[in-house]
Design a binder for this molecule. Sequence first.
Ligand code: S3P
Length: 182
Amino acid sequence: MNSRASVHECAPKTQALFLVGFMGAGKSSVGELLGQRLGWPFEDLDLRIQQRDGRSIEQIFAESGESYFRRVEHEALREVVEELGSAPRVVALGGGAFAQPENIQLLKSAGVSTVFLDGSVDELFERCQEQGRSRPLRSDIELFRKLYDARRNHYMSASIRVDTSGKNVARVASEVVEALGL
Ligand code: S3P
């Protein structure tokens, strides 16, 4: 049985795709390209959180702490799921969202496809550095690796895993489309 056949057997009814994985995996860039290719609207959950809260992610962490951020993140995700109708959509989650059991449960009950964009920790760390965007939970490589290791089992519960190591955004997007038979 090939991987495409096994995905089809448990294909979700809602045509929505949620990209999950660690910081630097390319969830937003791959999501944007997937949205263009499939003709589906793309949304970045972190942007919704910032709009709802009126503060940047960095400010939320600095002023209100991580547990507050996780509550707002969960509410924003619940809102996105409630808005899902029959219209398809691509959503990129922040790196910690799919490491929270209540979010995993929410997405599983919604019956949507979840795609774990993986990569080597060194490459993920490098990509974050190149992007230059401030990330509250990215400090030194050792802590970065520990956090990745602690989250990996959660990420592995996604519908499929796509390795992004050494690949550009276009190739990763093509592999997602192929793996899900879209
Ligand atoms: C986080 C990752 C960030 C953002 C927040 C927390 C995490 O998103 O949601 O800083 O816990 O890994 P990216 O994965 O887009 O960097």
